[in-house]
Write a protein that binds this ligand. Sequence first.
Ligand code: DCS
Length: 284
Amino acid sequence: MGKIIYNGELKDRSAIQIDVEDRGYQFGDGVYEVIRVYNGKLFAADMHLNRLMDSAKLIQLKVPFTVAEIKERTKELITAENLEYGIVYMQLTRGTSPRNHAFPIGEVDPVFVAYTKDMPYTGSKSGVKAVTVEDIRWLRCNIKSLNLLGNIMAKQEAVEAGCDEAIQHRDGTVTEGSSSNVAIIVKGTLKTHPATNLILNGITRQILLKLCNDKGISYVEEPFTLSDMMDADEVLYTSTGVEITPITAIDGQLIGDGKAGSITLQLQKLFTQEIERQCGSLTE
Ligand code: DCS
């Protein structure tokens, strides 16, 4: 794991230096993406890279590459690293300039880096535990910003409670997990927060909804409350890392009978088929 894409070039990680006045380092002034690799192939790459472009635009950050260029470089990185199962992490910052909150004056080149990390394919995961926490984040959660303090504080609460994820809420309305989207299933209908400024519109979430649509599983994009969630038949969360995973206990209380629900299990299977369609057969 020694290679890195630095501003469009493949380099040794040890040869890269990031300046202390990189605005990503000082302000979290930048955006990022995490893309899964299965079988040495990128999963849902275009969706992720288009979201990177959208995030950059929303913070008025010009991306010095096209989606096709980033994809090409990323494939070279995967080959150079012999990566079979893992992730590519990439970020773009507003570059290096003397510390000042306002955007730098004049031409300052953004700084782009991407590197890989091994992540074995573990197959469909069984139920995990979650805690609920107040959503203390800003009001542009649709931007995949490097500023993750609110998310970090939430995840730490989950870890300290011995749980896998923190489910955030604003005044009792569930928004999303600290690094995932959350959905509930009530009487056969899947419900998840609409893609507004209050959540990141997860790529896994979008694929989940497409699978529901294709397979005739009824779904609505509507806000739901903490008590709707506690009383739901099934709760699940989605992300690039956890794919589709059931949540079977929240704040120490079991959801339904405390076992992964049948619709969640069906969606997990459909998601695995989607991965195999894009990346070929999976080996655990
Ligand atoms: N919501 C938040 C706040 C996230 O950080 C993420 C992903 C998601 C939802 C789910 O989005 P995807 O389905 O597109 O992954 N967070 C990435 C992260 O920081 N590490 O891995 C995934």
